[in-house]
Design a protein around this ligand. Sequence first.
Ligand SMILES: Cc1cc2nc3c(=O)[nH]c(=O)nc-3n(C[C@H](O)[C@H](O)[C@H](O)COP(=O)(O)OP(=O)(O)OC[C@H]3O[C@@H](n4cnc5c(N)ncnc54)[C@H](O)[C@@H]3O)c2cc1C
Length: 390
Amino acid sequence: MKHYQTIIIGGGPAGMMAAIASSYYGFSTLLLEKNKRLGKKLAGTGGGRCNVTNSGDLDDLMAGIPGNGRFLYSVFSQFDNHDIITFFQDNGVALKEEDHGRMFPITDKARTIINALEKKIQDLGGQVLIDTEVVSVKKKEDLFILKSADQTFSCDKLIVTTGGKSYPSTGSTGFGYDIARYFNIDVTPLEAAESPLLTDFPHKALQGISLSDVTLRYGKHKITHDLLFTHFGLSGPAALRLSSFVSEGETIELDLLPQLSSSDLLNYFSKQGEKSVKNALKILLPERLAKFIAADFPDKLKQLNPQQLQELSANIKQRPIAITGKMSLAKSFVTKGGVNLKEINPKTLESKKVAGLHFAGEVMDINAHTGGFNITSALCTGWVAGSPHY
Ligand SMILES: Cc1cc2nc3c(=O)[nH]c(=O)nc-3n(C[C@H](O)[C@H](O)[C@H](O)COP(=O)(O)OP(=O)(O)OC[C@H]3O[C@@H](n4cnc5c(N)ncnc54)[C@H](O)[C@@H]3O)c2cc1C
């Protein structure tokens, strides 16, 4: 049986950063990952480019982490998104900022981020075992005993970074919740968060169109962000964010041009002379979307009577879309719920019940918006869980 001071279960962003901190502080460290590669889910974020963090200030972080973000005040006072940016710069990875503060490697390749994290663990003397699934964890006196199919390990400090339950094909199948329950640590109910929306909207005609900064409205909730039409309905940050508030059978409203008022739009139409509806709309919207909207109206703008012009404007600014469902937890981007934060010391991320047992990343009851906020939470909690607190 091999002994380490720190063992981390799960090689996502939280686990990799925990391994870096633990090795940096001189502890013998082992990171165990069941996949053949580290960071499989991380590799798929930001469309494969890795949305590694967000450049916002603390208020932006709190707004971006609606699921218990306040628990992270102490974590962010120790290591925050700006430390993530500095960390990558210091380790030879230049980052760039895109819309809404989203940060990416300038290579536009997730592999750049994962390689840098992996190299840092190795440079600091930490060990990584891939293709090794932990199947049981026990505590005997002060030691944790971990078993995989063919090996046994022991450690003084155990950090659980096994992720949530979304996209289980990336490895996050919920083993960390079993560890918590084994130690009688409460796990709050798991739900889908940041879920793509299933709609009755014509999918084929619009599939693949992505729009910047459109507005989705539902009751008092109004979200202006990017939107993607897919083969099943709506995805992209605007839809994912609204998903916490809407349910099957409800109707939301889409404003394709929130920067223009209805009267701005009618005014614009009045100045388009002989243009067809499609050609007038093409200037404001992607061509396929312009064609789709124009199909319900006479060909030339001049042929539209005042009521039809109002209808055209309403089609653009208040288009109702019926929600026929939401993607399941497995197909949602994030898991809401997890290890109950009342069980965890917010300064050290150590269990209040079990000395030496720590949690970091999405396994905890923290959920954030896409846009780098979950990854920020994972990397920062990973650093704090891996660091000593004397
Ligand atoms: C498609 C998609 C896009 C996303 N886009 C964004 C985005 O743009 N911005 C953002 O902030 N967030 C995004 N997210 C969410 C973000 O990727 C996660 O919140 C983040 O990866 C969580 O990090 P983690 O380290 O806690 O867990 P994970 O990244 O899930 O890593 C957990 C690791 O633990 C391993 N593991 C589990 N059980 C065991 C075991 N028994 N033994 C050994 N290893 C084990 C798993 O294989 C996995 O590698 C996205 C998620 C998805 C699915």
